[in-house]
Design a protein around this ligand. Structure first.
Ligand code: ATP
Ligand code: MG
Length: 157
């Protein structure tokens, strides 16, 4: 379906603002002008949910989560940044594998199955986008995904 992602992203984040615990702040940088693209809305909501729930899970109290959308020549790029413990460089691409959990002790404590980012990657690939992470240990994590701007993609209604 053809979606203006500007109100869509605001709507998804509004829902997070209502449900999160009060101490973590969500800081949004989203362009003002409409940007239309083809997507399966429910699937992209799931991607954002999975990335944001990790960011919330790993954020320190009073932490800030940055949600930033930029329009590039033929795609949009979304960045979700937290101030959590970060991920060691050698584990950065493994976090998108099924059942992979970077820090076993901490992961066990915080719960989860290790599927969130694997599902997100599958959905983004189905939309012909890309997803990756960047992190400095001790300084937090950035997760990025892109979605192509115009062309209607096969398999997405
Ligand atoms: P699930 O999402 O199924 O509840 P999960 O959160 O452990 O479980 P993923 O979301 O796929 O699984 O994340 C995989 C692993 O990547 C996590 O267990 C964690 O070790 C690491 N990780 C993901 N996001 C972050 C983040 N924002 N900060 C630090 N580590 C992260
Ligand atoms: Mg998760």
């Amino acid at each position: 379906e053809r979606v203006n992602v500007i109100p869509f992203f605001h709507h998804v984040l509004d829902r997070f603002e209502m449900n999160k615990d009060e101490t973590v702040r969500i800081d949004r940088t989203i362009p003002k002008d409409s940007i239309f693209l083809w997507m399966d809305k429910d699937k992209i909501i799931q991607v954002i949910d999975n990335i944001m729930s990790n960011a919330l899970k790993y954020s320190p109290p009073e932490g800030v989560i940055r949600f930033k959308v930029t329009k590039e020549r033929n795609r949009i790029k979304v960045m979700i940044q937290d101030q959590g413990p970060g991920i060691p460089p050698d584990k950065l691409d493994k976090i998108f594998d099924r059942f992979y959990r970077a820090d076993r002790a901490r992961s066990r404590q915080l719960g989860g199955t290790g599927l969130g980012l694997a599902i997100a990657r599958e959905i983004i690939q189905n939309h012909h986008g890309q997803i990756w992470a960047d992190s400095e240990e001790g300084k937090g994590t950035k997760v990025f995904f892109t979605l192509p701007l115009i062309a209607r993609k096969r398999g997405v209604s």
